[in-house]
Design a protein around this ligand. Sequence first.
Ligand code: NI
Length: 199
Amino acid sequence: MDPRTTRLLLILSAFLAGLILCFTVVLIVTGRGPESFASTSAAIGGPFKLTDQNGKAITDRDLKGRPSLVFFGFTHCPEVCPTALFDISEVLSKLGPDASKVNALFITVDPERDTPAVLKDYLASFNPRLVGAGGDAEQLAAVAKAYRVYYKKVPTKDGDYTMDHMAIVYLMDKNGNFVAPFSLKRKPEEGAAELRRYL
Ligand code: NI
């Protein structure tokens, strides 16, 4: 092989290796790799300390004793978050009185705008069982890390910003252990039936 071909091959293989590495990192960070998701599922969840929509402290210990739905989002979200919160509300309604035996937690990834008062106002449109929570940047980073949630501030053209975030609803059992992603793509009765199994 002449030296030029060798050099070209070296550059090409370095480029390919870099590409594979980037792709793997993206899969791990977004949790989109089905295998990475399954293998890390046991480690989802953990201790957190946040502030609820009434300005009261809320921690992982407050969720214990009841199964929980945990969802990360932000109130300025145009579609994904309100749709998910609406669907969760429907599931909670179908639970009837059993809804009081379930936690539903909406954690904001945009604490800058989503103060407790903003969260409280926003959640008034949904099922009253839904609890909103936020924290400072450090507290948010900790809880997002525990749940392996990706979020990122993205500037918009008008000088404003939006939040890129993962929209998984986590089903946690009454001991705070991750069970599975909770599907909202089914009849609310079916979601309610699944939750009842963890009461
Ligand atoms: Ni959203």
